[in-house]
Design a protein around this ligand. Structure first.
Ligand SMILES: Nc1nc2c(ncn2[C@@H]2O[C@H](COP(=O)(O)OP(=O)(O)OP(=O)(O)O)[C@@H](O)[C@H]2O)c(=O)[nH]1
Length: 522
C-alpha cells in the first residue's frame, strides 16, 4: 500500500473515527442538556396549569361563598319562607349563576332543598351520593378550603360526563361569621368550552380526561410536583413533535377522578435537532474536504517528489551513469534526502573512476595497460582518419629479457621494466603521445599526429636514453638494457589490428636482424 492510500486511510479513519465519536458525544451532550432544559420548562408550564385549575376552583369558591353568605338563605334555613325557594333557588336562578346543581342541608344534615338544571337528573339522589362520597379529609384533591368548607374538582357521573367544581360550605351571615345555619352544596360543570377558555387564557394546550381513558402504559414517571394542594405525580410520554404530560386530578376524598393532560410543543428540541442535522452535514462536508486536502498535500508535497527521486535514482542505477545529480523541488527533509543521495552518487562516481583507471593501468610501471590502450588506439585512428593526420605506432620489446631475469632475478627484471617505462615517458611528451605496457616485456608508443620522421626520432631517442642509463649492482639496471622496435605508420583503412600486426612484423624483423634496432613495417 502506497503513501497516498496510507495517508488517505489514516485521514478518513481519524476524521470519521475520532471526529465521529466527538460529534456523537457532542450530540449526546447537547441532546441531554436540551432535554433537561425542556423538562424544566415543561414542569414549570404544568405547575402553571395546576395553578390555572386552582384559580378556576377558587373563583367558583368565591361565587359559592357569596351564596352561602346570603342573609335571606340563612333566614330561610332557620325559618322556611314560603315561596323563597321557588323564586330564588329554582332552575332559572341556578342557570343564571352557571351552576348545574344545588342542595341545601339543615343543621341536622337533612337535605331540605335540591335543584338541578337538567330535569332528567334526580337532585335528591345526587345529594345523597355527594354526601356519602365527599370526604373532607381528602389529601390531594384540587380543592380550595374556605372558612367553613371547601370547593374541589369532582367527577360525579350523576351530574354528567364532565368534571364539576363541587363546593361544600356552611351557610353564614353576610360577614361570613357564624353561627352556621346549615350547609350549601353547589356544583358547576367544567365542560369543554370552559376548559378551552382556561387554556386560551393560560396559553396552554391541555385537556381533562376521565381516568379510564388514559392508562400509564408508555408513560414514564417524571417526578412529583409540589402543587398548591399537595404532591402531584407527573407522567410524561415522550414523542415527536410534542411531549404529553399528565397528572391525576383527585376528588374531595383523595380518589383519582381524571387525568389532567398538557400537550407541550418541543420547539426547542426540534430546533436543536435541526441545528444538529445541519452540523452533521457540515461535518461530513468538512471531513470530505479535509480528506481531499490531505490527499492533495500528501500527493503534491510528498508522493510526487518521492516518486521523482525514485525515478532519478533508478535511472542512475540502470544506466550505470553516476554523473547526473538528484534534484527535487522545495526545501525540506525530502530535499535533504536528495542531497544525501547526491553525496552517495558523487562517492560512487569517484570510486568507479578510480576502479576504471586502475583497471586500465599497469601496476608495475603505472603506464596504461592493454585494456587502457586499445580504446585509445581505436579513437586515435578514427580521429586521424577524419582529419587526415599522421599516426605512428612503435612496438617495443626488451631484448633477451628472459636471460636478464635468469641472471639477475625477477626483482631486478621488474626494476628494469620500470626503467624502460621511465624511458618511454621521457620520449612521449607530445600531446598525442601515449605509452603503454601491453605484455610482459612488451611496450607500445602511440604517436598521434606524428610523422614517420618524428616516430623514427622518438625510437632513436628511447634507445639512446636507455644506453645512457648507468648499470651494475648498485644501479637500477643490473646490466645495460636494449630494446627492439617495430614501427608502423597508419594507412587509410587501417584498423587497430592491422596496424598492430604490421608493427609486430616489423618488430620480428628487428629481433631477427640482431635486436636493439628499429625496423619499419612495409
Ligand atoms: N621480471 C619480470 N619478468 C617478466 C615480466 N613479464 C614477463 N617477464 C619475462 O620476460 C621474459 C620474456 O622472454 P621471451 O619471450 O622468451 O623473450 P626474450 O627472452 O626477451 O627474448 P627476445 O624477446 O627474443 O629477445 C620471460 O622470461 C618472462 O618471464 C615481469 O613482469 N617481470
Amino acid at each position: 500500500m502506497g503513501l497516498r492510500s496510507h495517508s488517505l486511510g489514516w485521514v478518513l479513519l481519524f476524521t470519521f473515527g475520532v471526529g465521529g465519536l466527538g460529534a456523537f458525544g457532542l450530540d449526546h451532550f447537547l441532546t441531554d442538556s436540551f432535554e433537561r432544559i425542556e423538562q424544566t420548562a415543561m414542569r414549570k408550564d404544568f405547575q402553571r396549569l395546576l395553578g390555572t385549575l386552582d384559580d378556576a376552583v377558587a373563583q367558583r369558591a368565591r361565587g359559592a361563598r357569596e351564596w352561602s353568605q346570603w342573609t335571606e338563605l340563612r333566614n330561610h334555613l332557620r325559618k322556611p319562607q314560603p315561596g323563597f325557594t321557588e323564586e330564588n333557588l329554582g332552575p332559572h336562578s341556578l342557570t343564571a349563576s352557571g351552576l348545574v346543581w344545588l342542595a341545601l342541608l339543615d343543621l341536622q344534615g337533612r337535605v331540605v332543598h335540591t335543584v338541578v338544571t337538567d330535569p332528567s337528573q334526580d337532585a335528591q339522589a345526587i345529594a345523597r351520593m355527594v354526601l356519602s362520597s365527599a370526604k373532607p379529609s381528602g389529601r390531594e384533591a384540587r380543592q380550595v378550603p374556605t372558612e367553613r368548607g371547601r370547593c374541589a374538582l369532582v367527577f360525579e357521573p350523576a351530574l354528567g360526563p364532565d368534571l364539576v367544581v363541587l363546593c361544600h360550605l356552611s351557610v353564614l351571615d353576610s360577614n361570613g361569621q357564624g353561627p352556621s345555619a346549615g350547609v350549601l352544596l353547589t356544583a358547576e360543570r367544567l365542560g369543554p368550552s370552559k376548559l378551552r377558555e382556561m387554556g386560551e387564557r393560560a396559553a396552554l394546550d391541555f385537556n381533562l380526561l376521565p381516568l379510564e381513558r388514559g392508562g400509564t402504559q408508555d408513560w414514564r414517571r417524571l417526578e412529583s410536583l409540589a402543587s398548591s394542594t399537595g404532591q402531584t405525580t407527573l407522567w410524561i410520554q415522550p414523542g415527536e413533535p410534542q411531549h404529553r404530560l399528565r397528572a391525576q386530578v383527585r376528588d374531595l376524598g383523595g380518589e383519582p377522578v381524571a387525568w389532567l393532560e398538557l400537550s407541550w410543543p418541543r420547539e426547542m428540541r426540534l430546533q436543536v435537532d435541526e441545528v444538529l442535522r445541519g452540523a452533521h452535514r457540515l461535518f461530513i462536508v468538512m471531513a470530505v474536504l479535509l480528506a481531499l486536502g490531505s490527499y492533495w498535500v500528501v500527493d503534491w508535497r510528498l508522493v510526487r517528489r518521492l516518486r521523482s527521486l525514485k525515478r532519478q535514482m533508478a535511472a542512475a542505477r540502470v544506466g550505470e551513469d553516476w554523473t547526473p545529480r538528484l534534484s527535487v523541488s522545495g526545501k525540506d527533509e525530502i530535499s535533504e534526502l536528495a542531497d544525501e543521495g547526491n553525496h552517495l552518487l558523487q562517492r560512487i562516481e569517484l570510486q568507479v573512476q578510480i576502479l576504471a583507471e586502475s583497471a586500465q593501468t599497469d601496476p608495475l610501471t603505472q603506464l596504461a595497460n592493454r585494456r587502457g590502450f586499445d580504446p585509445r588506439l581505436e579513437a586515435a585512428l578514427g580521429r586521424c582518419a577524419r582529419n587526415a593526420a599522421p599516426l605512428c605506432l612503435l612496438l617495443i620489446d626488451a631484448d633477451h629479457f628472459k636471460r636478464f631475469n635468469d641472471d639477475h632475478g625477477h626483482a631486478a627484471g621488474d626494476r628494469a621494466l620500470q626503467v624502460l617505462a621511465a624511458a618511454l615517458r621521457q620520449v612521449s611528451r607530445r600531446g598525442g603521445d601515449l605509452a603503454a605496457r601491453i605484455g610482459g616485456e612488451e611496450f607500445v608508443l602511440l604517436l598521434e599526429g606524428s610523422t614517420a620522421q618524428v616516430a623514427q626520432d622518438c625510437g632513436a631517442a628511447l634507445q639512446a636514453w636507455l644506453a645512457k642509463q648507468p648499470s651494475g649492482e648498485t644501479a637500477l639496471l643490473a646490466r645495460p638494457l636494449t630494446v627492439s622496435i617495430g614501427a608502423a605508420q597508419a594507412r587509410p583503412g587501417d584498423t587497430p589490428q592491422t596496424l598492430m600486426a604490421r608493427a609486430d612484423t616489423a618488430l620480428y624483423q628487428a629481433k631477427s636482424a640482431g635486436r636493439n634496432r628499429l625496423e619499419w613495417a612495409e
